[in-house]
Design a protein around this ligand. Structure first.
Ligand SMILES: [Ca+2]
Ligand SMILES: [Ca+2]
Ligand SMILES: [Ca+2]
Ligand SMILES: [Ca+2]
Length: 276
């Protein structure tokens, strides 16, 4: 192991790494260009208080390491994972990268998590609630984390993802933590063409959100549908928006007032006639 790496590992936490990373990957693509590496390492070393006299030498060493044959990036790109591994401890690394390893299936799954950890239904995830999420996350990945470390990691995640610094996470902050994939509804043309096509799309859409296969959308299934619908017209919505739109949707669609949206109710709502 080269000495530059030995010196560096463990001295930067995930929040510190993220701060530098964001300067280079502002829109969170997950990689930077190879030609940005010099500047990136420069920033890291300066952040760590490396003596100016040896910065250049260390930048060169770090670059040698990342460009080693097995690490060579495709299309001149260097992935966040490659760089995070250089600087962070295993757990800190995990905090930044677990979302890439285990992406969510759908907004329904996302909303299940949101409802579960927003335990007091405040429309926000507080630090205490985030801590519970992280504890379960580490447990789920069979990692034992002492309580003190859990506090530290909660602080780290808040530093990274609590954008407006009010000490709590909104819906779109959690969506970033969990790296929710592309909106399912984006694949459909809403100005749909033939009736047949619209019916086929409708079947696909309903099946996607009716995860429990009950023939009705209930609980987080409604939430997931509402979230994706709203985000077709608005880039990201808050927890309060979601609750408001959920209520509006139910008011319009839930004809039999059972708190669920049956398939026939949704079809009616979307102006479609389907055979039951
Ligand atoms: Ca809450
Ligand atoms: Ca916040
Ligand atoms: Ca269902
Ligand atoms: Ca209903």
């Amino acid at each position: 192991m080269d000495s530059a790496r030995e010196q560096l590992q463990g001295r930067l936490d995930a929040a510190g790494f993220w701060q530098v990373w964001q300067r280079f990957d502002g829109d969170e693509k997950g990689y930077i260009e190879e030609k940005e590496l010099d500047a990136f390492f420069h920033h890291v070393l300066t952040t760590l208080g490396t003596d100016a006299a040896v910065v250049e030498e260390n930048v060169w060493r770090l670059k040698q390491r990342i460009m080693a044959p097995q690490d060579v990036s495709r299309a001149g790109r260097v992935q966040m994972k490659q760089l995070a591994t250089m600087f962070l401890s295993e757990d800190e690394n995990f905090l930044l990268l677990f979302r890439q390893e285990t992406p969510l299936d759908s907004s329904v799954e996302f909303m299940q998590i949101w409802r579960k950890y927003d335990a007091d239904s405040s429309g926000f995830i507080s630090a205490v609630e985030l801590r519970n999420f992280l504890r379960d996350l580490f447990l789920h990945h069979k990692k034992a984390v002492p309580e003190a470390k859990l506090d530290e990691y909660t602080g780290t995640m808040m530093k990274i993802f609590d954008k407006n610094k009010d000490g709590r996470l909104d819906l779109n902050d959690l969506a970033r933590i969990l790296a929710l994939q592309e909106n399912f509804l984006l694949q459909f043309k809403m100005d749909a063409c033939s009736t047949e096509e619209r019916k086929r799309d409708f079947e696909k859409i309903f099946a996607h959100y009716d995860v429990s296969k009950t023939g009705a959308l209930e609980g987080p299934e409604v939430d997931g549908f509402v979230k994706d619908m709203m985000e077709l017209v608005q880039p990201s919505i808050s927890g309060a928006d979601l609750d408001k739109f959920r209520e509006i949707l139910l008011r319009h669609c839930d004809v039999n007032k059972d708190g669920k949206i049956q398939k026939s109710e949704l079809a009616l709502c979307l102006g479609l006639k389907i055979n039951p």
